[in-house]
Design a protein around this ligand. Structure first.
Ligand SMILES: *Cc1c(COP(=O)(O)O)cnc(C)c1O
Length: 395
C-alpha cells in the first residue's frame, strides 16, 4: 500500500527528451521516494479516466494546455480536467503547471479551484515535490471520518491487546493448524482491529465520548438527526431499544401489522399492549403501506377501544407507534403526512428504516424518511418525537 496517488496530467511524455520532461521525472522520483505513487497521463481524456477510477488520488498536477480528443469543445484540456476533479473529489489539491507567462489570461474560476501553481523550470524538483506531498498529506489528514481516523491511528501505535476479544489481536490463532488457516484467511489487520470497548483511545459507546462520540455527532449531521447513537447487534437491537424507551408494561403501542419480529420481541420484553394497524396487500401480493385512513385519529381510537388487550391498560392513549419504512416491496411513506396524522394518537413515532438509510441522499426520496420530520417541517409542540432505526449492514 502506498500513501496515495498523485495525478500528473502534462503534455510531456515520461520518456521524452527535453528539459521540461527531465524536470517532471525528477519531481516524480522525489514523490515516489516519499511513498506517493504517480499516475502520468498526457491527454485530458486519460486524465479524466484516472479521475473516474482512482479513488486513492491525493493530489493532481494539471497542465492548462493539455491536449484532448475533442479539441472543438471550446475549453482547453486542462480546464476540462480541473472541472472534472472538482465534481469528482471534495477539496482535492490541484496544482496548475504552467510555463509562467500566461497566468493573467486564466479565468477567475481557475484561481478559485487550484491550490497553487507550479513552474517546473523555476524551482528545484525537491521543493516542488515537497509542496505536492505536503498538500497530499493535508488532504488525507482531513479525509477520514472520526472513528476510522482514530482506528487507523491506534493501529499505527502497535499496542498489545490485553482486553477482549481473547484472541489478543489474532495471535491466539497462530497456535493451532486450524487457527493458522483462519488467521491467513482473514489476515492480520482484521484481527488486530477486532478491538474492545475498553480501548480508551477509541472512545466510549456508553458515554458517547472520544472518537465514538465524535462519530455519532458526525452521523447525526449526515443523517439530519438531532442525536444519533451507534448500536451493536443490528437494527433488531435498535428496534428493541426504541420500544423499551417508549413503552413499558401495560402501556399501549400502535404497531404496523407487518413489522419486523424484533419489534414484536421488544413488545414481549416490555409487556406493552399492541394495537395492530393493518397495511394493504394488493392483487400482486405487494404488502403495505398503512393506508392514510388507517392512521387517522378516529380510526386509531376505534381500533384501540375495540381491542380487548387495551382494557385495563395504564392509559387509554398509546405511548408509541411503529411503522416499517420502506416496506420490503420498496413502498415508502410521506413521513410528514404520517407524523401529522398520528400526532393526536401518540407522542412517539418510530420509523423502522432497516433498508432505507440511503433515503436522505437522493432527491427522489425527499420527505420520505423519518428525519425529514423536524422543527422546520412540523413546527410546534404537537410534533411527536421521531425515531429512525437503520440497519448498517443493509445500507
Ligand atoms: C432486517 C430488518 C430488521 C433487522 O435488522 P438487522 O440489522 O438485520 O438486525 C429490522 N427491521 C426490518 C424492517 C428489517 O428489514
Amino acid at each position: 500500500m502506498t500513501d496515495g496517488t498523485v495525478l500528473f496530467a502534462v503534455r510531456e511524455f515520461p520518456q521524452s527528451a527535453g528539459t521540461a520532461a527531465e524536470q517532471l521525472r525528477r519531481i516524480r522520483n522525489e514523490l515516489q521516494t516519499g511513498g506517493l505513487e504517480v499516475r502520468w497521463v498526457t491527454t485530458a481524456d486519460d486524465a479524466q479516466a484516472v479521475l473516474r477510477t482512482e479513488a486513492a488520488l491525493a493530489a493532481a498536477v494539471v497542465d492548462w494546455d493539455l491536449p484532448h480528443a475533442a479539441p472543438d469543445a471550446g475549453e482547453t484540456g486542462g480546464a476540462e480536467v480541473l472541472r472534472h476533479a472538482g465534481r469528482r473529489f471534495h477539496n482535492l489539491p490541484v496544482f496548475l503547471a504552467t510555463a509562467g507567462e500566461d497566468l493573467e489570461h486564466l479565468p477567475l474560476w481557475v484561481a478559485e479551484t487550484v491550490i497553487g501553481y507550479i513552474w517546473p523550470l523555476e524551482d528545484t524538483a525537491p521543493f516542488i515535490a515537497g509542496r505536492i506531498a505536503s498538500a497530499a498529506r493535508g488532504y488525507q489528514h482531513h479525509l477520514l471520518p472520526p472513528f476510522f481516523a482514530a482506528l487507523r491511528r491506534f493501529d499505527h501505535a502497535h499496542e498489545y491487546s490485553w482486553h477482549t476479544p481473547a484472541h489478543s489481536g489474532g495471535v491466539a490463532f497462530l497456535k493451532s493448524p486450524v487457527g493458522r488457516a483462519f488467521h491467513d484467511y482473514f489476515g492480520e489487520r482484521l484481527l488486530r482491529s477486532d478491538l474492545s470497548i475498553s480501548v480508551e483511545e477509541l472512545g466510549s459507546l456508553f458515554e458517547h465520548t472520544g472518537p465514538i462520540g465524535a462519530a455519532e455527532r458526525n452521523a447525526a449531521r449526515v443523517f439530519g438527526a438531532e442525536r444519533t447513537y451507534f448500536v451493536l447487534h443490528g437494527d433488531s437491537t435498535c428496534d428493541r431499544m426504541v420500544g423499551h424507551f417508549s413503552v413499558t408494561q401495560d402501556e399501549i403501542a400502535l404497531v404496523d401489522r407487518n413489522c419486523h419480529k424484533s419489534v414484536l420481541h421488544g413488545l414481549v420484553l416490555s409487556g406493552a399492549r399492541p394495537v395492530y394497524l393493518v397495511p394493504t396487500r394488493n392483487g400482486y401480493g405487494l404488502a403495505g403501506p398503512l393506508p392514510p385512513a388507517e392512521i387517522q385519529a378516529p380510526s386509531v381510537a376505534s381500533r384501540t377501544s375495540r381491542n380487548p388487550l387495551t382494557h385495563g391498560a395504564v392509559s387509554p392513549k398509546a405511548q408509541y407507534a411503529v411503522l416499517t419504512n420502506s416496506t420490503y416491496d420498496g413502498l415508502c411513506y410521506d413521513t410528514l403526512q404520517v407524523a401529522q396524522a398520528l400526532a393526536p394518537s401518540t407522542p412517539r413515532l418510530h420509523f423502522d428504516e432497516a433498508w432505507f438509510a440511503y433515503a436522505r441522499f437522493h432527491p427522489l426520496y425527499a420527505g420520505r424518511y423519518g428525519m425529514a420530520v423536524g422543527p422546520d417541517t412540523f413546527p410546534g409542540p404537537d410534533r411527536p418525537t421521531v425515531f429512525a432505526t437503520q440497519s448498517t449492514h443493509k445500507m
